[in-house]
Design a protein around this ligand. Structure first.
Ligand SMILES: [Zn+2]
Length: 244
């Protein structure tokens, strides 16, 4: 009897295992996305998940003790989230997909180039009023002890609920001892202050904490973060009338 049940279940188990392995292979090979570019989607056609890898180009953001830039870690996690969303047929738009950014010629100082990039990202984001925006960042602090994630939310409708859900799921999966809570985004974050859609900013962890910085550069940890953020997005969308 026991053997019969086990044999009966074997195909399903093998199928599940094969799907997991295929997902991992797909992500490890930098699999192409289901959405990816704005052009691939008809604007206003349906809601999308917008993934914003923070910083990039001349703006590297924070860095690890070894000098690895936040912009690169943000992009790596964002590309994994984009690939995973594509695998599940969820339409996405990325505000950047490489470390290089093409700045307008007339932007002749670093400050102007950064401002032009932020304006371009905002214009893209605001062309999808029904979107869910996830901006990916890493934290950094002079004290090396703090660790753990934190999710910040914009003032737009739904952002606080989305942030609380994402924060809770991230804490459960990655940092169960984390005492931080989801909080409003500071006033000086241009994209989050001006985006019209539901928007959260995810500080995945602290680059100033050596143990966490190491984790944040690991492929398996980045995939885990992506999977949790995708789960939070799907759960939030399902709770708010299936936007995605
Ligand atoms: Zn940042």
């Amino acid at each position: 009897m026991f053997v019969a049940i086990r044999l009966k279940r074997l195909p399903a188990l093998l199928l599940a295992l094969a799907l997991v392995l295929l997902s991992l292979l797909y992500l490890r090979s930098g699999g192409k996305t289901g959405g990816g570019t704005a052009e691939a989607l008809s604007k206003y056609d349906r809601a999308v998940m917008i993934i914003d890898p923070g910083h990039g180009g001349e703006d590297g953001g924070a860095q690890t003790a070894e000098g690895l830039l936040e912009s690169k870690i943000n992009l790596d996690i964002s590309l994994r989230l984009d690939a995973l969303a594509g695998l599940y047929g969820i339409p996405t738009v990325m505000t950047r997909a490489t470390e290089e950014i093409a700045y307008p010629e007339e932007a002749n100082t670093t400050a102007r180039r950064k401002a032009a990039d932020q304006r371009a990202r905002l214009a893209l984001i605001n062309s999808y009023p029904e979107a869910l925006l996830i901006s990916i960042h890493q934290n950094c602090f002079p004290d090396r002890r703090p660790s753990g994630c934190q999710v910040l939310y914009a003032e737009t409708g739904g952002s606080e609920d989305f942030a609380k859900l994402a924060h809770e799921l991230l804490c459960q999966s990655l940092c169960p001892d984390n005492r931080r809570v989801a909080a409003p985004v500071p006033d000086n974050i241009y994209l989050m202050r001006n985006a019209n859609c539901t928007a959260i900013l995810v500080e995945c962890g602290f680059l100033s904490n050596a143990r966490e910085a190491r984790l944040l550069t690991e492929e398996s940890y980045q995939i885990k973060i992506s999977a949790v953020l995708l789960a939070a997005t799907c759960q939030y969308a399902a709770q708010s009338d299936g936007m995605i």
